[in-house]
Design a protein around this ligand. Structure first.
Ligand code: AMP
Ligand code: MG
Length: 317
């Protein structure tokens, strides 16, 4: 069971140390409690998906201490700077182009070329971010399909077995999620309404802001080429392969895979497989091969989200 921490510098320091060791810590923000993990660690991010029990990988919001930190990970346009000046720290997330040298886990951004970033205003979240010195991936700290938690008790009841610590900061003041604003193209769009209203953003940008929701939180893919066009390999993908056919390259899983194959997890661990998934798909997507043959991954736990992603890669043609 997770330990409840008081928001003293000493105990937030314990939480920061755990995060640096790749463990998960739930912490309060002004919107809802977040399930935090090191956003640069594929393993920590895989543990977040595992704890939430989601049937698919959706991109996670990366929390940083200040707008200056955001510049390390994303291309921050003049529009993005204006929005940051007005609404950060606060309940606003910006979806921005990922920098080429971005250290954020590919699993955290679900293989996308964009990254969602927020600077939370809550003092405890701020202190934790500053003490860890890491960007923290932190979706709402609830199991998939359950209500977002606005108190430490909610988190302990729902996810107590899956996190190291819950920092108790009392009730969240905003109580709804952050507004997710995409600035990926010239038309600013709200992908999820939340703590900051569209009109306030439109006023800062001096242009209309469209609200595009619908696919939010659904397991269905947003149509490719649109908001959430997920990375799909350019090579065809063949699922449930026992071995590679001539010209194919094999993506293995488990101990029965050939020793020389790239392997999602040689010991058959689904969390390790999830951590490796996006990076390995990119590595194998090489025009010297005619297709990627993927060995079967069990349809349990994180395997459900892994297979969801693989099926989409196989279908994306
Ligand atoms: P949360 O569970 O609070 O972390 O919610 C994350 C929200 O941000 C979801 O609505 C995601 O679809 C959205 N999001 C995160 N990253 C991206 C991205 N790179 N592109 C588009 N939407 C994103
Ligand atoms: Mg949520």
């Amino acid at each position: 069971m997770a330990r409840r921490l008081q928001p003293t510098l000493t105990e937030i320091g314990d939480a920061a140390r755990a995060l640096r060791q790749g463990k998960l810590v739930a912490f309060p923000t002004e919107t809802v409690y977040g399930l935090g993990g090191d956003a640069t660690s594929d393993r920590a991010v895989a543990a977040i998906f595992s704890a939430k029990g989601r049937p698919s990988f959706n991109p996670l919001i990366v929390h940083v201490a200040s707008a200056t930190d955001a510049v390390q990970f994303a291309e921050v346009s003049a529009n993005a700077q204006a929005v940051a000046r007005s609404f950060w720290p606060g309940p606003l997330t910006m979806v921005l182009p990922r920098r080429r040298d971005c250290r954020i886990s590919l699993l955290a951004t679900a293989g996308l070329d964009s990254v969602a970033i927020r600077v939370p205003a809550h003092t405890i979240a701020q202190t934790l971010l500053t003490m860890t010195g890491l960007p923290l991936a932190a979706p709402s700290a609830n199991p998939s399909g359950r209500l977002s938690p606005t108190s430490a008790d909610h988190v302990l009841a729902d996810l107590g077995d899956n996190v190291e610590f819950v920092i108790d900061g009392g009730a969240c003041t905003v109580g709804v999620e952050s507004t997710v604003l995409s600035l990926l193209d010239d038309k600013p769009r709200i992908l999820r309404p939340g703590g900051v209203p569209a009109e306030a953003i439109a006023e800062v940008l001096q242009e209309p802001v469209t609200i595009e929701t619908g696919a939010e939180d659904s397991a269905a893919p947003r149509s490719p080429g649109r908001l959430l066009s997920h990375y799909a390999p350019s090579l065809p993908v063949r699922l449930n392969a026992a071995a590679a056919e001539p010209g194919e390259i094999l993506l293995g899983f488990g101990p029965s895979a050939p020793k020389d194959a790239l392997n999602l997890s040689p010991i058959g661990d689904l969390q390790e497989a999830a951590a490796n998934l996006f990076a390995l798909l990119r590595r194998l997507d090489d025009p010297q091969y005619c297709a990627i043959a993927v060995m079967p991954v069990p349809e349990t736990g994180l395997g459900i989200a892994i297979n969801d992603r693989l099926r989409r890669a196989a279908a994306a043609r």
